[in-house]
Design a protein around this ligand. Structure first.
Ligand code: ZN
Length: 305
């Protein structure tokens, strides 16, 4: 994938140099010690992950799920929302920062075109927060082990770029387009939020009769985000001719590698479909490809099937 000539987004918040105690921004008063907060949140995450039968260490988009289940867990409510960062935004100057800003920029350009055209909705940008180790979000503390996630409350995407290294080393997926797919998947959640789907799903999950039913809704949200990432790729390629078939192969391999069945198998040796929250590898590939082939937001309606 070629991204070097792409416009860099300014909606990047670089918190990589921060330590966690400072992560709220501006050096303002803290609510409790950083260590206490971090531990508390890890416990909350751990409890949720345990309840869902998922190893929190390999949870991808764990905080997405955390957010989906906010209504169900009072402990999670206590983590939200804290003071907003006052940090300046803008494209970082290092290579990975430039890459992230370029992918976010390409997402902004595509979606400010596609959303009004296809859905008669105005696109408002999300901010991408780059961090290392841990930071704070309006949805609770962000830990790099949770993987990238989108917080609908502050409309920010949280990304520890060490995830890209993990993708390459642990899941065998790498390459610029595969990384762009991860960012665009999170942007897909932002699009779902702008479409009003996330709040609806959250309400439905609170009324869900079982864990399996609530998880089923999460899977649909996740597969839709995969499909929307595909819609982005289709539009990006027709605008800039910057994606090669080889890139797509690599992204598909990544989608295959980070399906819930694969993750569960590699961590526990067996599969528990009841606790799937991202969908199986085959489903993820199928929905990503559907978006890429159609280029249409409406083709991503995972709730109608
Ligand atoms: Zn997701």
């Amino acid at each position: 994938m070629r991204w070097e000539d792409a416009r860099r987004s300014d909606n990047i918040e670089d918190r990589r140099g921060d330590d966690y105690a400072d992560a709220g921004g501006g050096g303002g008063p803290m609510m409790g010690g950083a260590g206490h907060l971090g531990l508390g949140t890890m416990v909350v995450l751990g409890v949720i992950a345990y309840a869902l039968g998922i190893d929190p260490r390999i949870l991808i988009g764990g905080a997405e799920m955390l957010n989906n289940f906010r209504g169900g867990g009072q402990t999670v409510e206590q983590q939200a929302p804290r003071q907003q960062s006052t940090r300046q935004t803008g494209a970082p100057s290092d290579q990975i920062g430039q890459f992230v800003a370029a992918v976010v920029g390409m997402n902004e350009d595509v979606w400010s075109d596609v959303l009004p055209k296809q859905k008669n909705i105005k696109f408002t940008p999300a901010t991408l927060v780059m961090f290392s180790g841990a930071t704070r979000s309006a949805c609770g503390a962000a830990q790099s082990a949770m993987g990238p996630f989108y917080c609908p409350i502050d409309q920010k995407i949280y990304l520890d770029t060490s995830f890209f290294r993990d993708m390459k080393q642990k899941f065998g997926g790498g390459g610029d387009f595969a990384y762009a797919y991860v960012i665009s998947h999170e942007m897909g959640h932002h699009i779902e939020n702008l479409l009003g789907i996330l709040p609806k799903v959250q309400r439905a999950q609170q009324q869900a009769g079982s864990r399996a039913e609530a998880n089923g809704l999460s899977v649909r949200v996740e597969l839709m985000a995969d499909c929307l990432a595909g819609v982005w790729a289709a539009s990006a390629n027709s605008k800039w001719r910057n994606i090669d078939p080889d890139d797509i192969q690599k992204a598909v391999a990544t989608a295959q590698a980070i399906g819930d069945d694969r993750l569960q198998k590699s961590s526990r040796g067996y599969v528990v479909p009841d606790s799937f929250t991202h969908g199986s590898s085959a489903q993820r590939v199928q929905w990503l490809q559907r978006g890429m082939q159609s280029g249409q937001v409406d083709s991503c309606n995972t709730f109608s099937r």
